[in-house]
Design a protein around this ligand. Structure first.
Ligand code: ADQ
Length: 457
């Protein structure tokens, strides 16, 4: 059996202090079963001139090889090209891309350095699985060093249509780099079709039956592999967490009020401003609900050194403050905006007691919060998921109340409809969603990608 090599920007080394999330657990399970190596950045930034050989630790059949990033590489590759060009562009935000040739050079330079550090650790029959937009050129750099291994790439975020992609000055270098993989995976069929469409429309490649593309003298496969969660484990954690002290405290505090809940990283792709406005419109339109519902938005502060993030944080606090001032009362705060991270257990327990999960990104590769919310519900009395039609999860969770996250009234109406929904309808909508999440859990995702990669030649 071939060894598995996983490469990602950040590596999850198992630790006693932190419990790993679903993706890390699934990859660790696959790595332990096959024996393997996980390579990537440690998260540390140093004042070294260049990337030096990784620090390798071994744990349960798996080597973890971590490299540190010199400051310049962090600025150009990570903070620069990956996060200020690829992230906004692939989320359709042309207005926020901040392209410079210096950062682009840094991005390709770090990928070359990663390849140089990784290559000596690779055995001839290893299967290499590269994750996400930070590392698109890795396969081409490894091939330049003579590696002929099977290599797959999975993009966790969306892939936009050709007209959006074409605005990226090095779009052709990015597409060409992807052609060096044997399998390129996306979250949804839309993303996969956008990718093939970009190649075909720009005359860069030909699409064949069975999702095969011919481009730059190579034939490779592509397709949709929607990522899942640890569905059963999440349901179990949520059941147990309902009795945890934090969740009991929240329940007591809520009294007879309904809980509406949002959980997101602070990011412009998550549509947090529009979401708060949508909830405020709901409160405005339904005076009888005032005092009877609380919206809890859990969003830790992040990257406050980046001006846009600090600005976003200020704007959200300002919107919450404005509506709390306008509609709140001595014993009622309409929006509780909490800036901290919560453990998976507490989140699962809060999801379970929330009558409504509000997940309205403007664009999202998948969105695991939507899936976690569904998995956490009580089958006898489930809550309602209000979900953006622009999240990858909307392709699977079709029984959610799907909304246009740019349309404030649509969000307000969905909240009203969700909170008033009879139990039979809630059960009828929830049951097929849960069944799907159970059938397509994160281990199934992992296996189906690796099986397709095995079959790709
Ligand atoms: P993210 O953009 O990070 O992931 P998401 O899929 O929602 O988005 O996953 C976030 C994870 O972090 C969830 O497991 C959630 O529980 C956790 N989380 C979020 N806020 C938290 C908080 N305040 N406290 C604690 N935990 C919190 C990228 C893509 C997504 C894609 C995933 C996986 O952008 O579209 O679904 O990768 O492929």
């Amino acid at each position: 059996m071939s060894r598995l090599v996983v490469v990602s920007n950040r590596v999850s080394v198992p630790s006693k202090a932190a419990s790993a999330g679903g993706l890390a657990v699934a990859l660790q399970t696959a790595l332990r079963a096959k024996g393997g190596l996980w390579f990537g950045w440690s998260g540390r930034v140093t004042d070294a001139e260049e990337i030096v050989p990784p620090n390798v630790t071994h744990e349960r059949n798996v080597d973890y090889a971590l490299v540190d990033l010199p400051q310049r590489d962090n600025d150009e590759y990570y903070a620069g090209f990956a996060n200020r060009v690829l992230w906004p562009l692939l989320h359709y935000r042309l207005d926020l891309t901040d392209f410079s040739r210096k950062d682009m050079a840094g991005y390709f330079r770090v990928n070359r350095a990663f390849a140089q550090q990784l290559a000596p650790l690779i055995k001839p029959d290893d299967v290499i699985w590269v994750h996400d937009y930070h590392l698109i050129p890795l396969a081409s750099e490894l091939r330049t060093l003579g590696l002929q291994n099977r290599m797959g790439f999975f993009l966790h975020i969306p892939w936009p249509p050709a007209d959006v992609l074409m605005t990226l000055p090095p779009h052709e270098a990015i597409v060409k780099a992807l052609a060096e993989y044997d399998l390129v995976g996306f979250q949804t069929e839309y993303d996969a079709d956008n990718f093939a469409g970009c190649l075909v429309r720009e005359g860069l490649g030909h699409r064949h039956q069975g999702n095969v593309i011919d481009a730059y003298g190579r034939k490779f496969r592509f397709g949709a592999f929607p990522i899942g969660i640890e569905t059963k484990a999440f349901a179990r954690i949520a059941r147990a967490a309902e009795k945890s002290s934090t969740v009991l405290r929240m329940k007591e505090n809520l009294g007879a009020r309904d809980l509406v809940m949002g959980v997101d990283r602070l990011d412009y792709s998550k549509g947090l401003g529009q979401r708060m406005e949508g909830y405020a419109r709901f409160v405005e339109m339904h005076p009888a609900m005032r005092g009877n519902v609380t919206y809890l938005q859990v969003t830790p502060k992040s990257r406050s050194e980046v001006p846009e993030f600090a600005e976003m944080q200020r704007t959200l606090a300002e919107i919450a403050g404005r509506y709390n001032g306008a509609y709140g009362d001595i014993d009622w705060t309409p929006i509780r905006y909490v800036n901290r991270t919560m453990s998976r257990n507490v989140l699962a327990g809060l999801y379970r007691i929330a009558k409504l999960g509000l997940v309205t990104p403007l664009r999202d590769g998948m969105n695991l919060v939507a899936k976690e919310y569904v998995a956490s519900q009580d089958p006898e009395d489930p809550g309602v998921l209000v979900l953006s039609r622009f999240a990858g999860a909307a392709r699977e969770l079709t029984q959610a109340l799907l909304v246009n996250p740019y349309d404030i009234d649509d969000i307000a109406n969905a909240i009203a409809r969700g909170l008033a929904m009879p139990r039979e309808e809630r059960i009828a909508r929830w049951t097929p969603m849960y069944a799907r999440l159970e059938a397509q859990n994160v281990n199934v995702w992992c296996d189906s990608f690796l099986t397709a990669l095995d079959a790709a030649t």
